[in-house]
Ligand binder design. Structure first.
Ligand SMILES: Nc1ncnc2c1ncn2[C@@H]1O[C@H](COP(=O)(O)OP(=O)(O)OP(=O)(O)O)[C@@H](O)[C@H]1O
Length: 680
């Protein structure tokens, strides 16, 4: 093959007549080349872009540059061939004004058309409605009820179909800090791509994305955790964008992709994005706050908003001339974005009334402008020329595999990120040493009975209370889940299953470590069977406690609130669990509901039976036995007598363990219901 000198066979290059024909009509193509077999290649800038198989073509129409950078060849899988336009009309959102019966329009009658290969900036002062508009366009779930319509190729799409052709990059990237850049893309690819994609093809796509976003040299660098420095802010942002492209969206939404970055890093992010947008004919829509001039100039189109209304919508290059016709000349050597934002911002104006009047003038002028009329006309045209959106057939994935892919990812995270389980293992080990040394070598004298009961309470209820330490790690995982669910990767069932499975080995390890240290130091009943029963109760206890954290943090995914809710629930279970108030004394209100669903109660009574059903205690000098029992005449206390005081029966281990397992599953099931219903 004559042009395949860059190391890639021509047969590997994308072949698609329709797309090639579309491109041929595109003026941006600067050069075409034919090889001796008549295949036509188009050169665009540095890139050899596409071939069109036409056997009868003439010899080379242009020699072009054959030293094309094959590494930077556009990634064929990203190529958008199905979405030609994305339009919307009359988008309006109204919210009630607090303390009054009136309403406020936070988005007011916004319309527009975006075409394939267009880079759009939604810009405006803080609070003007950029994020709200972006969410409306992306059809994200919110508590708002918008009016107006969106169209793809002139036709309306269901939300689920729209999700398949679009992706949303949030301001917070929610990347997993303990994965490398390559692993991040690899896991996203495994979650997103169908079984029909081979691992070689997956690797090729990942390579292409790493190359497209300038991350090849950093592919083995960790994203970064609070204690391990990883990628820079700009690299993380690029990785976030790259991973959202793994699903091959045709329309990409980005909420302030440059926030928190300096101007050089911002430029890089948008520049990489622009290249990918152009090469693949994607529609890229970014809300952006205050870009530098260089970054601003990378966009093709500007939608300028203030107080929810459009002030301008059209090519960026025509912004200056449009505003000069209104009498606002953008000064030379002045950042145009900054000038425009100052022009339409009323919040910080010294003379608010004058600024409001000026803004209203700009908005009215826009509404009656030729450009606005042209947009209305374009929307009518795309609607009248409506074409179907052809979805790629390869979007079906093996749903059964997804929990295992998530499990694999959580496993990598769990051993690399000390905050995932390491800190908790250390904390429980510390508690074990503390418990073992505080309740050190208790004896079988009756004076040790109460300390044994106290130690059992500590080992059951207090241990479950400490599960609140899992809240931050779960909230981080939940944030990744919400992002990935919104981009259509997987649902709450896969997330809950993987989250449950990954906890099992670690909680078992914690149970063993804690028990090995504390059980023998405190001198609980010294037998292998009794020790294993203790481990079992503790393990079930921790599984239930983690389930409670998952439920509470799913209900209220705000750190302080989920912490407070979990602590409250555990405090309640602790109070009615049988130690602080004996079940015989507990009042009927709590006794007849709370105690039956209190997981801590089953663990406490299981551990109590484990200790006291197996041995007797000496009453000591004078034979004043604290608990009356049949062994009193032998100056001993039968351990069962202690259990009778609490009303605990023996021989019920199986029943109690079964109830505990049911509670563990109930917590997970409830968490699944919450995540299913709560979409944000
Ligand atoms: N769900 C909602 N209910 C009530 N008001 C809302 C809601 N969402 C947004 N708003 C209001 O709408 C206005 C626009 O908010 P939005 O977040 O879209 O602005 P923004 O331009 O993205 O701001 P920033 O640049 O500061 O992030 C704000 O005044 C905000 O308080």
């Amino acid at each position: 093959m004559h042009l395949a000198e860059g190391g890639q066979s021509v047969s590997d290059w994308p072949r698609n007549r329709q797309a090639a024909a579309d491109r041929a009509a595109d003026e941006t193509f600067t050069n075409t080349v034919r090889d001796k077999e008549g295949c036509m290649y188009m050169l665009w800038g540095q890139h050899l872009y596409l071939e069109m198989a036409e056997a009868n073509g003439k010899e080379q129409s242009h020699s072009g540059t054959l030293s094309t950078d094959v590494e930077a060849l556009p990634d064929a899988h990203l190529l958008n061939e199905s979405v030609q336009s994305f339009s919307f009309e009359g988008l309006t959102v109204t919210v009630p004004i607090k303390g009054s019966k009136e309403e406020r329009r936070i988005i007011d009658d916004v319309s527009g058309v975006f075409r394939a290969g267009e880079m759009v900036a939604l810009m405006g002062p803080s609070g003007c409605g950029k994020t709200t508009l972006l969410n409306l366009l992306a059809r994200r779930e919110t508590n708002l009820t918008p009016t107006g319509k969106t169209y793809v190729n002139g036709g309306e799409l269901s939300r689920s179909t729209f999700r398949k052709i679009s992706s949303y990059v949030e301001q917070e990237d929610h990347l997993i800090g303990s994965l490398t850049a390559r692993e991040t893309l690899d896991f996203s690819a495994k979650l997103a791509l169908s079984r029909s994609i081979t691992s070689a093809e997956r690797r090729r796509r990942i390579d292409a994305l790493l190359a497209s976003f300038g991350l090849v040299e950093n592919q083995t660098t960790l994203v970064g955790t609070p204690i391990r420095r990883g990628l820079s802010g700009g690299q993380k942002r690029r990785l976030g964008v790259a991973s959202s492209l793994i699903t091959c969206p045709k329309i990409l939404f980005l909420d302030e992709p440059t926030s928190g970055l300096d101007s050089a890093a911002s430029f890089e992010v948008i520049n990489y994005l622009k290249n990918v947008c152009k090469q693949n004919r994607l529609i890229v829509i970014c809300s952006i706050h205050q870009p530098s001039t260089a970054t601003f100039n990378l966009f093709d189109t500007l939608y300028l908003l203030s107080s929810g209304k459009l002030c301008y919508a059209g090519p960026l290059t025509e912004t200056s001339s449009y505003f000069s016709t209104l009498g606002y000349e953008i000064p030379h050597f002045y950042n145009p974005a900054e000038y425009l934002l100052e022009l339409i911002n009323v919040d910080f104006a010294q003379d608010k009334a004058a600024a409001t009047k000026q803004l209203q003038g700009i908005q009215t002028s826009w509404h009656s402008s030729e450009k606005h009329k042209a947009i209305t006309q374009s929307i009518a045209t795309v609607k009248s020329e409506k074409t179907e959106v052809v979805l790629e057939a390869q979007r079906t994935r093996n749903q059964i595999l997804i929990p295992f892919i998530l499990l694999h990812r959580s496993f990598v995270k769990s051993y690399r990120d000390v905050f995932a389980y390491g800190v908790r293992i250390a904390m429980y080990l510390g508690l074990a040493i503390m418990m073992g040394t505080v309740w050190l070598r208790l004896s079988t004298h009756q004076d040790s009975i109460q300390p044994f009961v106290n130690a059992i309470f500590f080992g059951s209820a207090f241990m479950s209370f400490m599960a609140v330490a899992y809240v931050p790690a779960f909230l981080e995982d939940r944030a990744s889940f919400i992002k990935e669910r919104n981009n259509g990767l997987y649902g709450p069932a896969s997330f809950i299953i993987a989250n449950f499975l990954i906890g099992i080995p670690y909680l078992f390890l914690i149970s063993i470590l804690f028990s090995v240290v504390s059980y023998w130091l405190s001198n609980f009943y010294p037998s292998g069977a009794a020790f294993m029963y203790w481990v079992m109760w503790l393990f079930l206890d921790l599984l239930a406690a983690e389930g409670l954290v998952v439920l509470m943090s799913s209900l209220a995914p705000i750190f302080v609130v989920s912490l407070a809710l979990t602590a409250f629930a555990n405090g309640l279970w602790m109070s009615v669990g049988g130690f602080l108030v004996s079940p015989k004394v507990l009042n009927v209100f709590w006794k007849y509901w709370a105690r039956y669903i209190d997981y801590q109660a089953y663990v406490f009574q299981g551990m109590m039976v484990n200790e006291f059903s197996r041995r007797n205690y000496q009453c000591g000098e004078g034979c004043h036995c604290m608990y009356p029992s049949a062994l009193e005449d032998q100056c001993m206390i039968d351990g069962d007598a202690v259990l009778q005081v609490y009303g605990y029966k023996t021989g019920k281990n199986g029943e109690w363990a079964g109830i505990l397992i049911a509670i563990i599953f109930a917590y997970r099931l409830l968490a699944w219901v919450v995540l299913k219903l709560k979409k944000t």
